[in-house]
Design a binder for this molecule. Structure first.
Ligand code: HAM
Length: 404
């Protein structure tokens, strides 16, 4: 039997209801914050991800679903959403238009990682990207929005933040860091040793215990920021504090994608095991320009839907909709007419086969319908329908015309 690929999942009942609830809740909140929906292709030129996410990142270096298509183009299934949206932003000349543009999106992302709990090869993100607003108030507002989303979904979290500086302060910091890393080089794992030359900042993120111990004394980015980056980082923390939002400073939070400048953050859950990041994001002021657009400040985030789908608390829902059935096959036409009329405003289930009343009631109950409506021999004679409210248990007979 052919099975789904490793690390890829079907989403069926009952998970599907929580999955849709996450997307609907997050979309509604994003719209309240001024975001509009954007859809971009799942497949993009490989060069887009190499240039944005970064050649030295694991995502691009090891995890891309990359292939040459029939036209000889080097293409890639998107490993994340930001790069494609920046490409669309530039392609549709929104960078030239100026002003602020805010987009939200959701959909599948693909990373050829080693699958484990909370880590899939095809997974789904909900994300937001805000273009044209340089103020740190926008970073703060995005954190507020994510908080609103998780609160609405009944999900607990810890917020961790860091600043990744800018081209003004990062080169100096990188030099200090590389000098320090060379001092401890021999004790570091192979990956870290390689990264000293390719992407030294990512060394800070190593999960290897002995590297982590060695790295404890590393110079801290947040203590090496230029004045502008430092003042934004201080302001962000003041805003969080004054709004009563708890956060933890994490000097080792460097994110797995290379495009970030200044604010970086993650929302972490302690309820889901090792893959604990449920959302991540930050500012990426250089990316639009780097991909050929007019310099435009930007900030965004994405949350992992599969990481939270088991934690979501669905709102209490009563019975819903109507179940229609027949005990006489001649009544089926009438039932179909009623179904069409009622579908305009509610969920309708129709059973085409003739069944006993008991069987219809059982089926309606199993489907969670509020009303079970059936036409039997006697109802057929009098152009009536028998209706039972499965919540109140009330039963009555109504004229078909009045019911449709
Ligand atoms: P990211 O941190 O790579 O950021 O991914 C965001 C979230 O996607 C993670 O926090 C996690 O919940 C989920 N996720 C990542 N990889 C997997 C996986 N293999 N299986 C299941 N869930 C996963 C980004 O993708 C950035 N584009 C976020 C962003 C938007 N930054 C600025 N704008």
């Amino acid at each position: 039997m052919i099975q789904a690929l490793r690390g890829m999942k079907d989403i069926l009942t009952p998970e599907n209801e929580r999955f849709v609830h996450i997307i609907e809740t997050a979309s509604q909140i994003a719209r309240r914050y001024g975001y509009d929906y954007i859809e971009t292709p799942l497949l993009e030129e490989t060069a887009l991800f190499k240039r944005s996410v970064g050649e030295s990142s694991d995502i691009v270096g090891k995890e891309m679903y990359q292939f040459v298509d029939k036209g000889g183009h080097d293409v890639c299934l998107r490993p994340e959403g930001t790069a494609g949206i920046v490409r669309a932003f530039i392609q549709h000349k929104l960078d030239k238009k100026g002003g602020v543009h805010r987009f939200y999106y959701h959909g599948p992302m693909f990373r050829y990682e080693r699958p484990q709990k909370g880590r899939l090869r095809e997974f789904h993100q909900f994300g937001c990207e805000s273009f044209g607003e340089a103020s740190v108030y926008e970073d703060f507002t995005i954190i507020l929005m994510i908080r609103d989303i998780f609160d609405a979904l009944g999900i607990g979290y810890t917020i961790t933040i860091n600043s990744l500086g800018c081209p003004e302060c990062m080169p100096g910091y990188r030099e200090t860091l590389v000098a320090h890393l060379h001092d401890i080089r021999d004790g570091l794992c192979d990956d870290c040793q390689r990264r000293i030359d390719t992407n030294p900042i990512r060394v800070l993120d190593c999960k290897n215990e002995s590297c982590r111990t060695l790295l404890q004394a590393s110079p801290v980015i947040a203590e090496n920021l230029c004045e502008a980056c430092d003042s934004d980082f201080v302001r962000l923390q003041q805003l969080l504090k004054s709004h009563g939002i708890d956060y933890r400073l994490d000097p080792k939070l460097v994110r797995g994608l290379d495009y970030y400048t200044r604010t970086a953050f993650e929302f972490v859950s302690d309820e889901i095991g090792a893959q604990s990041a449920i959302a991540g994001g930050g500012r990426y002021n250089r990316l639009v320009e780097f991909l050929g657009g007019k310099p435009t400040p930007a900030v965004g985030f994405a949350l992992g839907i599969e990481r939270i789908v088991d934690l979501v608390k669905l709102p209490q829902k009563g019975r819903e909709g109507i179940y229609l059935g027949v005990m006489e096959p001649q009544a089926l036409e009438t039932i179909l007419t009623i179904a069409q009329a009622r579908r305009r405003h509610e969920r309708v289930y129709v059973e085409y086969a003739k069944r006993s009343l008991k069987a219809h009631l059982k089926a309606a109950d199993r489907l969670g319908a509020k009303l079970c409506a059936v036409i039997g021999e006697d109802e057929l004679k009098h152009s009536q329908i028998w209706v039972k409210d499965l919540e109140t248990k009330e039963e009555r007979r109504i004229g078909v015309e009045a019911f449709a």
